[in-house]
Design a binder for this molecule. Structure first.
Ligand code: HEM
Length: 213
């Protein structure tokens, strides 16, 4: 990986935090995708009844927690990066960053959505199923916001592997969402064709945009 400037001591530190910021962000994004995929699979009751059960609540929770860890690593590295020179307020308050303010803001809002999903899941017994589920839908917001955030603020966006990662994640999440919305789950389940059409158009738009931009 090429460095951002010469070979001085300072620039070595520069390169380390920059690489950790990028690797942390990309890993967090993959884990967020995986977490949403597992959540959708669970909601369609894809976990088998026989041993070994691979898709479980525990795995879903573990992948989500791991994504939070990598989000934290990503943010810490972005904050420490002397090249970006962001103050803590720029890292935590949307639209205050001098570096790509709008695209950074999407990452910050994604962070707060992710925290809201996590905290309400810990409080599930207290807040009840209905509110837990409403908050849980924010997970789609985390995915969509971090997708646009990653594409628009990342250094690696134009590489073929990054384009493949973003487009692939959209096809995966969008495809499973189609199934979830069109195939009723359980005896009281319903299909949601209108929502499915909106989701399909959004997914197609996202895939075309991520590949063609
Ligand atoms: C759910 C939370 C987040 C996810 C999943 C995420 C993911 C990503 C991804 C995938 C990239 C592209 C990296 C690359 O192209 O190599 C990126 C870049 C970036 N993110 Fe985030 N991010 C999140 C939150 C944040 C927050 C809260 C900040 C706060 C400032 C932030 C600041 C940045 C910056 C400055 C870059 C550009 C780094 C560079 O490539 O030089 N992100 N992020």
């Amino acid at each position: 990986m090429a460095g951002r400037d010469g070979g001085t001591h300072m620039s070595q530190w520069n390169d380390i935090v920059w690489n950790v910021a990028r690797a942390g962000g990309l890993t967090a994004y993959v884990l967020v995708t995986l977490s949403v995929v597992l959540g959708l699979a669970l909601s369609m009751r894809w976990q088998g009844t026989r041993w070994p059960r691979f898709i479980t609540n525990e795995l879903h929770g573990f992948v989500t927690l791991l994504s939070l860890v990598f989000i934290a690593v990503h943010i810490a590295a972005v904050w420490l990066d002397p090249y970006l020179g962001l103050g803590w307020n720029e890292v935590l308050l949307p639209f205050t960053s001098h570096y790509r303010p709008i695209w950074t803001a999407l990452g910050i809002v994604a962070l707060y959505f992710a925290l809201a999903v996590w905290i309400t899941t810990q409080l599930r017994a207290r807040i009840g199923h209905t509110w837990w589920r409403r908050f849980h839908l924010l997970a789609f917001g985390v995915f969509a916001l971090s997708c646009v955030h990653g594409i628009m603020s990342g250094t690696d966006t134009s590489t073929p592997w990054a384009i493949g990662m973003y487009a692939g994640s959209l096809v995966l999440v969008g495809g499973l969402l189609q199934l979830r919305l069109l195939v009723p789950v359980g005896t009281r389940g319903r299909a949601h064709p209108n929502l499915a059409t909106i989701a399909l158009l959004t997914t197609l738009g996202g895939v075309i945009w991520s590949v063609a931009r």
